[in-house]
Design a protein around this ligand. Structure first.
Ligand code: SAM
Length: 340
């Protein structure tokens, strides 16, 4: 059928797809078209104009999405409606692993939920009950509720295949847009520190763009660094990444300032913020992630800037909610630019 679409370069396709999805502007009943180095994303009507920077509006012939069974995993369960509705609408997919959080009242029937998700998600091999991340290592507590095999998988995001072990090192598929956004900001010749790098999604996404001269990826969890090494061996551009299995507090005292610093340790990172800020060169940017109570959100960026005044002159270049973290808090990305 003929419909309106947004023509975007393939390299920006995942970013723009997410933006449209969030804005309720991606048409779910039509397939995305591939046209050489471009994608055409089918546009839902209404909801105001789409920012010109996202792409060019075009008219195209689209294929309708083939219907494959029920639209929701919950409809695969032969449960009373009220019990089905109490189940979460969303779940995470990491490679061929599905992770779901369940309310306590559904715990006794978790295997049934697992089997439903295994049937519902195309290509799913294993379903885990996600009990959240814990400790400084942010290790995920997972319990197998359906399927088979190990927690190790390959996750695709931003055109990369990342080696992930859901149990042994932190990874969240909800940060894909942040990985891409920060990579997009890196300028030609920049040097980068990716502190608390985990399995290295920031480092690899930045390296793939090809503008950074060197990326030092630091994490205290040796398992995370080993997974990063496996991923980067797959790509020629991995050569510019230096993985360092080391706590950030041991790395930063001897680090010379660089143009881009990423620190994603949202619960405890504040302890290291002043020393990490010292490693940001004048004119450079520090990408700092924090879990912030919603009531404190409006002024939090300026509080951070003020707290860094003994270190140098920083300004808040950007502050954005990445995703809700709890009923009363959000994961927030702060971009702090150093002028002196
Ligand atoms: C929230 S994860 C972020 C991972 C990665 N940046 C990403 O976007 O997927 C935090 C990471 O910090 C690491 N970590 C925790 N404390 C640390 C420390 N003191 N020094 C270095 N790494 C640390 C953990 O091992 C974990 O991989």
């Amino acid at each position: 059928m003929i419909a309106l679409g947004l023509l975007v370069p393939r390299t920006r396709g995942e970013d723009v797809r997410q933006e449209l999805l969030d804005a309720g502007r991606l048409r779910p009943d039509l397939e995305i078209r591939r046209e050489g180095e471009f994608l055409v994303l089918p546009l839902a009507e209404g909801g105001g104009s789409v920012p010109a920077a996202w792409g060019e509006i075009v008219e195209r012939e689209f294929q309708e999405v083939a219907r494959r069974g029920p639209a929701r995993y919950r409809d695969l369960l032969d449960w009373p409606d009220a019990e089905k509705e109490a189940l979460p609408r969303s779940f995470d997919v990491v490679g061929d692993i599905v992770l779901v959080r369940l309310p306590p009242e559904a715990a006794a029937r978790r295997n049934e939920v697992g089997e439903a998700l295994l049937r519902f998600v195309p290509g799913a091999r294993l379903v885990g009950l996600d009990r959240g991340v814990q400790g400084a290592g942010r290790l995920r507590q997972v319990e197998r509720i359906a399927g088979a095999g190990s927690w190790r998988t390959r996750h695709r995001e931003n055109g990369l295949e990342l080696e992930v072990d859901v149990e042994k090192a932190y990874f969240s598929p909800r940060l894909a847009r942040e990985h891409a956004r920060v990579a997009e900001e890196v300028r030609s010749g920049d040097e980068v520190y990716d502190l608390c790098c985990g399995v290295g999604p920031f480092s690899l996404t930045i390296a793939r763009r090809g503008r950074a001269t060197r990326i030092t990826a630091v994490d205290a969890n040796p398992e995370a660094i080993a997974l990063l090494r496996t991923s980067l061996a797959r790509y020629p551009f991995g050569a510019c990444i230096a993985p360092v299995p080391m706590p950030v507090e041991a790395f930063v005292p001897t680090a010379t300032p660089v143009e881009r610093v990423v620190m994603n340790l949202p619960r405890e990172g504040i302890k290291y913020l002043p020393s990490v800020a010292r490693t940001t060169a004048p004119g450079g940017r520090l990408y700092y992630y924090e879990v912030v109570p919603r009531s404190e959100l409006p002024g939090r960026g300026n509080v951070l800037v003020t707290s860094l005044s003994p270190v140098g002159s920083f300004a808040l270049a950007d502050q954005r909610v990445v995703h809700p973290y709890s009923p009363s808090s959000d994961l927030v990305a702060f971009t702090l630019e150093r002028s002196g």
